[in-house]
Design a protein. Structure first.
Length: 239
C-alpha cells in the first residue's frame, strides 16, 4: 500500500522542475490526472474491445473451431465476468494507491461488462432458443445454471440504464443502493459459470477466489459505515 502511494507521488514529481514548489502547480497536477484518466480509458477501450474484435475476425476467418456458437458463448461470458471483477477492483485500487480519480474508470468498465453480457444473452436466445420465448422461459425454469445466469443478466440491466450522471442526480442515495447490485450480479455470474462447467472447475474456482478477496476487502468499510449510521441514529434520538 505504502509503495503504491510513493509511486504515484514519485510520478507526480516528474512534472516539477528543480527548485519549483509543488503547491504552485495545482493546474499542472489537474492536467496530469486528466491525462492519466484519458490514457487509462483508452487502454480500457482497447482491452475490452479486443475479445469482440477477435470473435468477429474469427467468424470471417473461420478460426472459432468446430462449434463457433460455443466459442462465442464462452468468450463473451468469460469476458463479462473478467470485466465485472476488474470493475470491482477499482475501489480497492483507489483506496490502496490514494488515486481517487480512478473511480471514473468504473463506468466504462461496467458498461463494457454489460455489453458482453448482452451479447452473451443474445447468442443463447438466437442460436439455442431460436427466438422462441416459450422455450426460453422453460429453459430458465428447468435448468438452474440458466436461472442463475439469467438473473445475473437481469440484475445488470438497471445498473447500465442508470449509469449516467443525470440518473445519479435524479436517484440520489438510491443510486448507490441500486449499483450495489454489481455484487449480486458478479456472484450469480460466477455461480452460473461453476454450475455450467461439469469437469474442470479450476477456472470458475479461481474467479470465485478473486471475487471473495474483493468482497472480503470491503467488509471493514461496510462495518465502519454501519457503525457511523448507528451512531448518527442514536445521536438524533438523544437530541
Amino acid at each position: 500500500m505504502a509503495m503504491a502511494k510513493r509511486f504515484l507521488n514519485f510520478t507526480q514529481g516528474w512534472t516539477f522542475t528543480a527548485g519549483s514548489n509543488p503547491h504552485s502547480n495545482l493546474g499542472s497536477n489537474t492536467m496530469i490526472q486528466k491525462h492519466r484518466i484519458l490514457v487509462c480509458k483508452m487502454l480500457i477501450w482497447v482491452a475490452a474491445l479486443s475479445p469482440g474484435a477477435w470473435l468477429v475476425a474469427g467468424l470471417f476467418l473461420n478460426w472459432l473451431g468446430a462449434n463457433p456458437v460455443e466459442t462465442l458463448t464462452h468468450i463473451t461470458g468469460m469476458t463479462t465476468l473478467v470485466l465485472l471483477l476488474v470493475t470491482l477492483s477499482v475501489t480497492p485500487l483507489r483506496r490502496i494507491t490514494g488515486w481517487n480519480v480512478a473511480i471514473r474508470l468504473r463506468r466504462p468498465l461496467g458498461l463494457f461488462a454489460f455489453f458482453y453480457a448482452l451479447i452473451h444473452f443474445n447468442i443463447w436466445f438466437v442460436f439455442d432458443q431460436v427466438f422462441n420465448w416459450r422455450w426460453m422461459v422453460e429453459d430458465i425454469i428447468e435448468r438452474p445454471y440458466i436461472t442463475v445466469g439469467f438473473s445475473a443478466f437481469v440484475t445488470l440491466i438497471p445498473l447500465a440504464l442508470t449509469s449516467t450522471k443525470g440518473w445519479m442526480r435524479r436517484l440520489g442515495i438510491r443510486w448507490t443502493k441500486i449499483h450495489r447490485g454489481i455484487y449480486l450480479a458478479t456472484t450469480l455470474g460466477v455461480i452460473h459459470y461453476y454450475w455450467l462447467v461439469k469437469a474442470d472447475v479450476r477456472l470458475p474456482l479461481l474467479l470465485a477466489f478473486c471475487l471473495s478477496v474483493l468482497l472480503i476487502y470491503r467488509i471493514p468499510g461496510w462495518l465502519e459505515k454501519r457503525r457511523r449510521t448507528i451512531a448518527r441514529s442514536h445521536g438524533s434520538d438523544v437530541s
